[in-house]
Design a protein. Sequence first.
Length: 103
Amino acid sequence: MADLTQEEWAEALAKDENAVILDVRTEEETDEGIIPNAIKIDIYKGQEFIDQVEALDKSKTFYVYCRSGGRSAQACAIMNQLGFTETHNLLGGFNDWTGEVTN
């Protein structure tokens, strides 16, 4: 797992053709908006979160975020334990995001 600043995350994401954006916030939080093209899987769903993550393509590079960076760091650690090798945590999370947002 790599902890990336907002700038590093956006720059790496823009260059990465193998990228998948993963939003691990709750549904209430994602209702406020999401980073475009993000897959939403709520980390608070426990085993359901693990089941949904395990269905993802482990060969992809995952750019993971939450509200402030804590839960996404946890999600990256869980994903690494499940065999994902490329996970990037967004430091500061959605709270500090200044890029594009969609509903």
